[in-house]
Design a protein around this ligand. Structure first.
Ligand code: AMP
Ligand code: MG
Length: 486
């Protein structure tokens, strides 16, 4: 276990030079205070959990102090926002402090979000509000607990610095961890500004640090792109299987590592609704729950376009063609597990689709349905979940087919219960739970954020005294309007 001053820094991205990023110092926020820290994220850096309580911790992650070895840089990138190309984005309010090596030989980028203005701030103030920082923190730690790859969050530091959004709020900073902060938009930036030498440097950097196994391939660049396609197919399958809606799948918000990245107005489904749009600013529903699959594919084709100077179009198209079949296979595999099925049958897809249609009609709670379906015996579980459907005859027919399908499965009922509960969470990061915690935090009480975070780190385990976190949302909680404002 290390203390904060024992962290071992490097800055390989900074060394790529000024075409890639700009040196900027963080602008501190006033009266910094620890809102919440993640023990699991501290452990990723080999940090002693007690370090979070030290005054130095809040000073480092509020921009008041810096490690001597840190070299804060704002990265430049561009990207397609809601389908339209924006030639110049970049870190408008976040700084890459450097990368930290761990004892296990891993390296983690430390990125301070909300650190003040940079050359890429455009009209923005360079700040992040407490509300959005807490939302990012909670999701960053809740998703990995569900088995969904994501950037991580070390902590949120609150402050008394006022910032203006629709009303006056307070600035906060979030310390984000990821093996890389490189987005699709980094590649697009060098492609559309016609800087092939810089783009080659970027690709080499990414290959060396993150896709070393692709070096062995006959065409390493193509192997890297194929790997990005594969990782994203799996990531999208996990989002769909657990009802996670990202909300702003712009190419500047997508990591080349295939991890969930850049959280905005995200949501987990409460009631199952294939057309659910979590981002109140997304008037066209471009990033609706069911559109995430074709959009993930579209985004990969935007990345492929940016790689055309280095990889043949035919090869890129072939790799892109892997996305949908891979996605389908991963998604079906995950959903079979959620249904308690261990062997694959051709008709499983149709069985699942019928279920989702019934859930859609009945506005059935997506998380609790699968959790309760795992209770045994299956006949009794079906009687309980049945209550929530409107097409009862349709559900009863589905239930008969499901029981017949279970009868063809090996293993006993108790084994199935354990298996299903291990993949079907009881606790999920519902918007209303986050909202309640945020309102308390805005009033200076951080206990609820901390409690909610703790519950969500063990989503599959029944936790004594935490039943309230496993309830259906109240009606107001289903209709929260979360916008891009952050
Ligand atoms: P986002 O919607 O958070 O992914 O941000 C899109 C772009 O706007 C990125 O280049 C951000 O760095 C920038 N941006 C967002 N909010 C601010 C802000 N308050 N100040 C400066 N830049 C911002
Ligand atoms: Mg972004």
């Amino acid at each position: 276990m290390k203390s904060l001053d024992e962290l071992l820094f490097d800055n390989r991205f900074a060394r790529l030079g000024d075409a890639f990023s700009t040196h900027v110092l963080p602008e501190p926020i006033a009266e910094p205070r620890l809102v919440v820290a993640s023990e699991a994220a501290l452990a990723l850096l080999d940090l002693d959990p007690r370090e979070a309580q030290s005054p130095l911790f809040a000073e480092l992650f509020s921009g008041h102090k810096l490690w001597a070895e840190a070299e804060p840089r704002a990265m430049v990138y561009s990207g397609h926002q809601f389908g339209h190309y924006n030639p110049r984005l970049g870190d408008g309010r976040g700084l890459l402090l450097g990368e930290v090596y761990t004892d296990a030989g891993e390296h983690w980028d430390l990125h301070l979000k909300g650190a003040g203005q940079t050359p890429y701030s455009r009209m923005g103030d360079g700040r992040a509000v407490l509300r959005s920082s807490i939302r990012e923190f909670l999701a960053s730690e809740a998703l990995p607990a569900l088995g969904i790859p994501s950037s991580r969050a070390l902590c949120v530091i609150g402050s008394s610095t006022p910032v203006w959004r629709e009303t006056q709020e307070h600035a906060a900073m979030l310390l984000r961890l990821a093996p890389s902060h490189i987005r699709y938009g980094h590649f697009e930036y060098f492609y559309y500004t016609r800087q092939p030498e810089q783009q080659r440097l970027l690709i080499e950097h990414v290959l060396n640090l993150h896709f070393a196994e692709c070096r062995e391939a006959a065409e390493p660049y193509l192997a890297m792109f194929r790997s990005i396609v594969e990782r994203n197919a799996e990531l999208t399958a996990r989002w769909q299987a657990y009802g996670f809606c990202h909300g702003v799948m712009n190419t500047d918000n997508l990591s080349i590592l295939g991890i969930t990245f850049d959280f905005g107005p995200y949501a987990f489904l409460d009631d199952f609704d294939a057309n659910f749009v979590c981002n109140h600013s997304d008037n066209q529903g471009r990033y609706s729950y069911s559109n995430q699959v074709p959009i993930a594919h579209w985004n990969l084709s935007a990345l492929a376009q940016a790689l055309t100077p280095f990889i043949s179009v035919a090869a890129l198209q072939e790799a892109l063609g892997l996305f949908l079949p891979l996605y389908e296979a991963h998604y079906l595999d995950l959903m079979r597990r959620r249904l308690g099925l261990t062997v694959a049958e051709d008709a499983d897809k149709a069985l699942l689709e019928r279920l989702l249609q019934l859930m859609q009609r009945g506005a059935v709670d997506y998380t609790l349905f699968f959790r309760h379906l795992g209770d045994q015996p299956a006949e009794a579980a079906l009687r309980v979940v049945r209550e929530d459907f409107v097409d009862l005859a349709g559900f009863d027919r589905w239930g008969e087919d499901y029981l017949a399908r279970l009868a063809r499965e090996p293993g006993n009922a108790e084994g199935r219960r354990a298996r299903m509960h291990a993949v079907n969470p009881l606790y999920i990061l519902r918007n209303y739970l986050a909202q309640r915690a945020i309102e308390a935090a805005e009033g200076g009480d951080y206990a609820e954020v901390r409690r909610l975070h703790k519950v969500l780190t063990r989503p599959f385990d029944e936790q004594p005294g935490m039943q309230a976190y496993a309830e259906r949302p109240p009606e107001w909680g289903k209709h929260l309007e979360i916008s891009c404002s952050s």
